[in-house]
Design a binder for this molecule. Structure first.
Ligand code: HEC
Ligand code: HEC
Length: 150
């Protein structure tokens, strides 16, 4: 009894304690735990997990929300600070200079490689997916950060 309990707490430890070292093509990424990020950044599309882009990308994006991929996604200053802090704290570790920081996950090299085969084309047709930006159309666990489910 006692031993079982210890085993369980030992097993669950790494999940809680390991700081996430993001390698962008990891199968899975940690889910978003910030309510404001889920709400504000999940209003028009899936709230993309911060581990998919480096710090400089999020900083650049949060600085130009009034022109966000052709949409106005602007927010008040306090919300911007809170959201940016969360995204930056949970970003991937690649380094880019501000002006070179990628703004699209779908244009990262690993993403294009993973999504350039017949299985993806098959799913696009089957689920009538208009754009690869719609992660959840194919990855049922996308909101939870689970992408190795297919
Ligand atoms: C008003 C609607 C709207 C809101 C709110 C919004 N976005 Fe977007 N976002 C878009 C549109 C439109 C695109 C481009 C989609 C496409 O190309 O199909 C986009 C694209 C993106 C992409 C690039 C997707 C890719 O890999 O191609 C990221 C990253 C992103 N948004 C992050 C955010 C974050 C972070 C927030 C919260 C601060 C946010 N978005 C809030 C409309 C919105
Ligand atoms: C049209 C369906 C489709 C869409 C949309 C899609 N994916 Fe995928 N994705 C796949 C398939 C299929 C694979 C597995 C690739 C393979 O090995 O054939 C994959 C692989 C991945 C992987 C690697 C998982 C692993 O097991 O190595 C990640 C991470 C991922 N996708 C993230 C995303 C994200 C983030 C988005 C949205 C920005 C997205 N995908 C949109 C179909 C899709």
């Amino acid at each position: 009894m006692k031993n079982n309990k210890l085993l369980i707490s030992l097993l669950s430890l790494p999940l809680l304690a390991t700081p996430f070292v993001a390698i962008a093509d990891d199968d899975n990424v940690p889910p978003i735990k910030s309510l404001i990020v889920l709400e504000e950044c999940g209003a028009c599309h899936l709230a993309f997990q911060p581990a998919f882009l480096p710090k400089a990308s999020w900083q650049k994006m949060m600085g130009e929300l009034e022109n966000h991929f052709g949409e106005d996604a602007s927010l008040d200053a306090d919300s911007i600070t809170e959201i940016e802090d969360y995204l930056v704290a949970n970003a991937s570790r690649q380094k880019f200079r501000g002006d070179k920081a990628p703004q699209r996950i779908t244009e990262l090299r690993w993403f294009k490689k993973e999504h350039n085969d017949s299985e993806v084309r098959f799913m696009e047709n089957k689920y009538k997916v208009k754009s690869l930006v719609d992660c959840a159309a194919c990855h049922q666990g996308a909101e939870m950060g689970i992408y190795d489910d297919d």
